[in-house]
Design a protein around this ligand. Structure first.
Ligand code: BV8
Ligand code: ZN
Length: 238
């Protein structure tokens, strides 16, 4: 199937679901996790993005998140984010966006019908009273304390070994089963449960199109794997 064919299938789709990963924000200058300049490389992130790491050394984990907040605060949505927000506006009732990204760039681009399944780096959650608040302070004072109950605040982010929120998982399952087209953009397909989303949609009869710089573990599962930068291909497709 060519790009033209993909465009017509997208235009004809009854309901579209999109799954994005760090690759869609790479073109905004946000480092991906597993790429060459990836976050995981320089910051041993597998050890930092876990509840155990936060338990052991909350200051170190907050230093990493402050570094990322400072970096992301200077980044803008790119044409791929904007094209997806445009697509949502053109078909508000038959569109859902699932993102693994915590950078908030889809929201900044105007997306509203979205599930941020790994949380959002601009939200903090109290380890005591669980209140969630928006916080854009850069840098956050180390260690940030809850104004309500005085306990330690943590990033409102899903770490490795932590379960995703029930309502997000339900929403994703619905969006994956109801759609007749799933676009998978800029994810290495390594982290579960998101890595299993393409096969859920496929089994439910959707056409699955992948956009990535490289092939991934789901490339042979999808109907079409387009190789290229999201900022170039996504606007072309939509
Ligand atoms: C869960 C927040 C139930 C952190 C993230 C052992 C113990 C416990 C759990 C597990 C275990 N073994 C496996 C698991 C499950 C685990 C998992 O999947 N581990 C992996 C590593 C095997 N998953 C979990 O723990 C999840 N919870 O399963 O709960 C449970 C509970 C207890 C015990 C068992 C199960 C929670 C997962 C969420 C983790 N949190 N983020 C933070 O961000 O600070 S994951 C992190 O990786 C980011 O969210 C990121 O989005 C995500 C996935 O990475 P990608 O987005 O795909 O990014 P990546 O860099 O990998 O790839 C970028 C891609 O883009 C590449 O393919 C590249 O080619 C492409 N690209 C680059 N540039 C471009 C581009 N494409 C297009 N255009 C470009 N310009
Ligand atoms: Zn509190």
């Amino acid at each position: 199937m060519s790009l033209l064919k993909a465009r017509s299938r997208i235009a004809a789709a009854r309901a579209i679901t999109v799954l994005t990963g760090a690759g869609i924000s790479a073109d905004s200058g946000v480092p991906t996790f597993r790429g060459t300049e990836g976050l995981w490389r320089s910051y041993r992130a597998e050890d930092l993005a876990t509840p155990e790491a936060f338990e052991r050394d909350p200051r170190l984990v907050w230093e990493w998140y402050n570094w990322r907040r400072e970096l992301i605060a200077t980044k803008q949505p790119n044409p791929a984010h904007l094209a997806l927000a445009e697509l949502e506006r053109s078909r508000p009732d038959t569109f859902w966006l699932i993102t693994q990204n915590v950078d908030g760039l889809h929201r900044a681009a105007g997306s509203r019908r979205l599930s941020e399944i790994h949380g959002n780096i601009w939200k903090v959650r109290c380890t005591g009273c669980a209140v969630i608040t928006d916080n854009h302070e850069v840098p956050l004072p180390l260690l940030p304390m809850c104004l309500q109950c005085g306990e330690l605040l943590r990033p409102h982010i899903v770490w490795f070994g932590e379960s995703l929120r029930e309502e997000d998982l339900r929403h994703c399952d619905e969006a994956l089963r109801d759609c007749d087209l799933l676009l998978v953009i800029g994810t290495s397909g390594v982290v579960y449960p998101a890595a299993g989303f393409a096969s859920i949609a496929k089994e439910a009869g959707a056409l699955v199109i992948e956009i990535n710089l490289e092939t991934t573990p789901q490339s042979d599962l999808v109907d079409l794997s387009l190789q290229g930068r999201a900022k170039d291909l996504v606007p072309l497709l939509l």
